[in-house]
Design a protein around this ligand. Sequence first.
Ligand code: FAD
Ligand code: MG
Ligand code: MG
Ligand code: MG
Ligand code: MG
Length: 522
Amino acid sequence: GGLLVYAESNVESGKQIVEKNQSEPEKKKRIVVLGTGWGGTSFLKDLDISSYDVQVVSPRNYFAFTPLLPSVTCGTVEARSIVEPVRNIIKKRSGEIHFWEAECLKIDPENHKVFCRSGINDNLAGHNDFSLQYDYLVVAVGAQVNTFNTPGVMEHCHFLKEVEDAQRIRRTVIDCFEKAVIPGLSEEERRTNLHFVIVGGGPTGVEFAAELHDYVHEDLARIYPLVKDFVKITLIQSGDHILNTFDERISSFAEQKFQRDGIEVLTGCRVNSVSDHFINMKVKSTGQHVEVPYGMVVWSTGVGTRPFVKDFMEQVGQEKRRILATDEWLRVKGCSNMYALGDCASVDQRKVMEDISATFKAADKDDSGTLSMEEFRDVLDDIIISYPQVDLYLKNKKLLAATDLLRDSEGNEREEVDIEGFKLALSHVDSQMKSLPATAQVAAQQGTYLARCFNRWDQCKTNPEGPRRFKSSGRHEFLPFGYRHLGQFAPLGGDQAAAELPGDWVSMGHSTQWLWYSVYAR
Ligand code: FAD
Ligand code: MG
Ligand code: MG
Ligand code: MG
Ligand code: MG
């Protein structure tokens, strides 16, 4: 409907009453963001909020700087210094964002609605249900711990996902020492109380083990000198190596360091169940079952999909997948107007070979059926941009090797490439494709990327979908998300690492191993 505007009327002066039907200013599109972790927060930080009506839903009204969570377990860092209230973040964005402290329970993609419940964490007040309508939905709800349905884990183990978890672990470590010094216990009982077990040899488990080791040997040994020699830290890993997603040099460095520190690493062991006093595990190589008495267990194995996301995946035909799939533009597959990023989703990268004929055609500008060497090099540059998930280093190496294929037997560069040569040259690139790791670095970069796409939406009205297209055949409207791994390899137990957050929320110099692998500067 139009807005009726009456112009100033002055009948006496003979002017006529003008009735103007001015078109209504276009209504702002509604973006609903689920989650205020790394992905959601970095999206909000970079979104041009003047163009959108933004609503944020998250059961936690703060952002948590997760890389420092392991340090909270040992009191090296205070919990309050690693959180930033969402309302502070919003305030910096001139208050145009609405925040609702609630949990999303259900997504209705057909009617563009989300159903939420507030007051879930609150035992005193009852809860309230409400729904929100969206034009665009950004799902950044992260993941939950994965127990692999191992019996007893939920009941008896600690997790290290949330700030509360870290605080709880800290209290439990002290409790274990207090229990161990009680008079009249046998040495074995003291040892059991002071047996700290970490299940999972990924970066979080490894870092926690290292932090705990320092805490126990530097601080607690002085407070509890009588029992200090009974402390034992064990790391159980089902794979053959700890940190197995990292470079081999790093994982063996970590293993050696742990050996020197006296942290026992049990690789090739699978935990079958956990009871109130024992871990039951199977040694894979021998098939033997072993009962391990413990004082505290921290369970830190991988990430799992949240139940409401699982339900949603069933609704949109993704029931066979382990994790919500998006395309390279972070659009949820099988849905319209919905985006997902961070730990709750995974980019389903197209393979170079799937598009190989179209790529060749686009590069062959004169339709001669062959590419000149110049055209070939141009198209390689495009491929690096358009298939960002092919690990860059490997990609460059492989693509260099690909150019080698284009030499004749005397080593002279060929003048032209036909489709067969083109396919041959690129046939190895896809095998190097890796899925992106579940890290803050990825989530934050995806948030920024998506915000920038939204900010450019108006400029790209003609083709908001961001077609896959090469330079040779036209310009990109939106480039696909390309992850830049900013980490660098450095030995464990390095001196100092700086955490640079997107923006200026928290930053501190602190020695944590993970921070060496991940650099947050953008
Ligand atoms: P999260 O940051 O987990 O955010 C999810 C958000 O969604 C939260 O605000 C949550 O409250 C909210 N939410 C949950 N359920 C709902 C719902 N139903 N409705 C609405 N909102 C919901 N990565 C690194 O790169 N470097 C590190 O050093 C590092 N260290 C880590 C240490 C620890 C102990 C842990 C646990 C993780 C670490 N990570 C690290 C991984 C990193 O924290 C995650 O990859 C990152 O948090 C993922 O961001 P996200 O936005 O996808 O999810
Ligand atoms: Mg998030
Ligand atoms: Mg977070
Ligand atoms: Mg992901
Ligand atoms: Mg040609």
